[in-house]
Design a protein around this ligand. Sequence first.
Ligand code: C5P
Length: 224
Amino acid sequence: MHVTALIVAAGSGTRMGGDLPKQYARIGGKAVLAHAVDALLSHSKIDAVRVVIGEGQEDIAREALEWRDVGDFIIGGATRNESTRNGLAAVETSHVLVHDAARPFCPPEVIDRLVETLDGDAVAVVPVLAVADTMARLDDGGLGEAVSRDGLVKVQTPQGFRTEQLLDVLEQSDLAGAAATDEASVIRAAGLPVVTVEGHAKLEKLTTPADWARAAREMEQDMV
Ligand code: C5P
C-alpha cells in the first residue's frame, strides 16, 4: 500500500482577519502550511506530500515551503470539493490522506492509526475527538436549546481514503458536495462507511486569532 498526503491550502482563510491567508502566516517563524507539510513528510508511512494552493499563490507558497519536496503545486478551486478533486488528479498512489493546511500539528500516532485502518481495507477513515463542552443552539442571538453531546464528536483531518474511490464519489456528488467542509461527509452521504479512530487535541484547526495564540503558546511549551 502506498500513501500520498494531499494538503488542501486553497482557502482564503478570511475568518482569521488580516490580508494573508491563514496557511501562510507564521508560528514560531515557520508558515502554518510548512508545519503541516513537515508533520506529514517526516512520517515513514507517507510516500509523498502534494499541496493544493489558490490561484496566484505560487510565490507565497514557495516562500513558505522553501526546500521542502512537495512536487509541483496543484491549483485549487472555488469550493473545497473542487480543490480536493484537482489535487486527487495528481495523486499517483493507491491511498490518500487529505489534510487541512490550517491544522499545523499532526501527531505521528494519528497517522499510524489512519494508515493501519486503511491497510485493513477500510473505505474511509477519520480522526475524531469527543466533545467536552456543553453544546447548544443560538436563538435570536441568545442561548437557545441545549443539544446533547452524547455521541457527538469533532471530525478532524487527515482523512484517509482509497484514491480512485474518493475521486469517483467527489465527481458524482459535485452539487451535493459543493458545500461540504470535508471529504468524509461526502463519502458518508454517498452511503459508504467511514471508520473513526482517536484524533488529537493538537490537530485542532486554526480558525480565529484566539486559536492562533493558543497554537503559538503550545509550540513554545513543546520546545522547552
Ligand atoms: O475554511 P476552512 O477552514 O474550512 O478550510 C479548510 C481547509 O480547506 C483549509 O486548509 C483551506 O485552505 C482548504 N480549502 C481549499 N479550497 C477551498 C476552500 C478551502 O483548499 N476552496
